[in-house]
Each structure stands twice: as structure tokens, then as C-alpha cells.
Design a protein around this ligand. Sequence first.
Ligand code: C5P
Length: 217
Amino acid sequence: PGALPLSGRHVLVTSGPTHEPLDPVRYLANRSSGKQGHSIAAALAALGARVTLVSGPVTVPDPDGVTVMRVETAREMLAACEAALPADAAVFAAAVADWRPADPAPQKMKKPADDAAPPLALVPNPDILATLSRHPRRPRLVIGFAAETERVIEHARAKLARKGCDWIVANDVSGDAMGGAENTVHLVTANGVEDWPRLPKVEVAARLADRVAEALA
Ligand code: C5P
């Protein structure tokens, strides 16, 4: 049998949400399940790639045949991604928190006597996709995701330019995509837009892995 299409290639994948601590027991997060990112990691491994999966906190199982690095915060995710370089391609499917609490408390925050709510000051997190797209050791193929609830293609095109990546998988999350088993996506590249049908997330992953193999061939 011939070599698999991605044998000898290293692909970095991010998946899941990030958790941004407010104090030792509280955090800011989002509803990302990690299903799509983990399926992509598995599909790339099935095509023979060596896959490093940098995952935020998720309950989905680790895919077989993939090196999993577990992180909690966006800053840890960025550090793990940089440590995983060099890579031939990178797929940034994680739902990274855009902001984190500015000054997490070292001890559990207590209710003030006057029943007032504490102020919640936020600061921006690093953009991992944008950072890796402009990195000195940039992977040859950089793929971002864009979860949108409206004007999906228009926003994805803008994101492609702003982030400096090669492709955007634009994800219509106006329905039940987040946490659900299926996804409706559009592959947005410099050459145009491909509309994919509503598919199980594992099918979206298999198609995307095929496209990665083609692009790296
Ligand atoms: O700008 P927006 O967050 O919608 O972009 C989504 C894309 O950017 C996804 O590929 C996501 O993984 C990536 N991203 C990132 N780091 C961030 C925010 C988003 O890698 N801080």
C-alpha cells in the first residue's frame, strides 16, 4: 500500500473553549464542545498526519493517534501552539475567549457587605490565529474558523484579510451548530467560496482533511 496522503506532515489543531479565571473557582467561558476541532484532528491523523491537538477544557474524548496538549486559558493555548511549531498546516477551530478578567483574584471573591456586585474589568486576549498567521515560523497553510450568525460570507472574507490566514471555514451558528452534531459551513479562500451542505461534524472534518492533503501535496 502507498503512503497515506499526509504521512510525514505535522498539523497543529486547536479545539474547544478557553476558560479565563475570575478567581480560583470562577471563570469566563463559552459553549464550544470541541466536537468539530477534535473531529478535524482525528480526520487529519486518519490521513497519516502527525497531529498536535491543543485543546481547551472539553468532555469529548481524546482522538486516537493524536498528541493532545490540554490548556485552560487563551495565553496557555498560544504558548502551546508556538511550542508545537514547526507545522506544515494549522487549523484553528478553538473558540478562544476574546477577553479575560483583567485581574483575577488569588482567593475566592467574597460578597461585599453592602450586597453590591464586584466590577468586572476585562482585557483582550491574544489572537492565536492572527499571531500564528504572521509568525516567523508560520505554517504553510493556516486555516481559521468564523462562527457567524448573520452575513456569514461577508464577515468571513473580512476575517481572512484581517487575520492573515489562507482559508476561513465560515460556520453558520444561527441554529444549533454549537454543541450539536452537525454543521453548515462555507470554505472561503482567496479563490472564492465553496458552500458545503449541512453535514455531520465528522464529515466536515473529513472533507477539510482531504482539502488540506490536496493543498500540501
Ligand atoms: O475573530 P474571531 O474570534 O471570530 O475569529 C475566529 C477564528 O480566530 C477562529 O479560527 C479562532 O480559533 C481564532 N481565534 C484565535 N484566537 C483568538 C480569537 C479567535 O485563534 N483570541
